[in-house]
Ligand binder design. Structure first.
Ligand SMILES: [Cu+2]
Length: 166
């Protein structure tokens, strides 16, 4: 009987083609993996939280939040103290980062105050916009003003807390 038709050689032939298939599959996956790795657009954006400097009072001054890489996000809301039902001027100054989109979001810290978000307009090294705070039935409450920044690679949130009483 010729060697090629022994059960063992058939088994080995099967093994070889399986190995070839596996190798090609690995190669394809490798290409896909490399393409994914080298293309930043395919990577999901990282969500990063910036920490505001403790003790800074938005009611009295502009406050800044920092990222570990040194990115600085400064928020200024005027007039001060911050009134309700009055147009507020919001200014965000960024350093160390290029933003595609900047928004300001006002939320009650412990109370649902509805959706209060505005997109800020870029210009002169800062992003600015106008918005106003709604009336709170409790008279005095804590707000969180969150600066939302979108870059090519990241979504950054910088939450600033302040109290409003009247
Ligand atoms: Cu409230």
């Amino acid at each position: 009987m010729p060697q090629a038709f022994t059960p063992m050689s058939i088994l080995m032939k099967f093994d070889t083609s399986t190995a070839t298939t596996a190798a090609m599959l690995a190669l394809l996956l490798g290409f896909a993996g490399a393409g994914h790795y080298f293309s930043p657009l395919l990577l999901p954006k990282a969500d990063v939280k910036a920490v505001p400097s403790p003790g800074c009072n938005l009611q009295a001054q502009a406050c800044a939040a920092l990222l570990p890489d040194g990115t600085r996000i400064e928020l200024s809301i005027t007039p001060r103290p911050i009134p309700i039902l009055t147009p507020l001027r919001v200014e965000v100054t960024l350093s160390g980062i290029k933003a595609n989109r900047v928004e300001i979001d006002f939320a009650g810290e412990a109370m649902n105050m509805g959706y209060n978000r505005a997109e800020l307009v870029a210009g002169e090294g800062r992003h600015t916009g106008e918005t106003s705070l709604p009336v709170c039935v409790s008279g005095e409450m804590n707000w969180v003003a969150t600066v939302l920044i979108e870059t090519d690679r990241q979504r950054i949130a910088a939450p600033f807390r302040f109290a409003v009483g009247y």
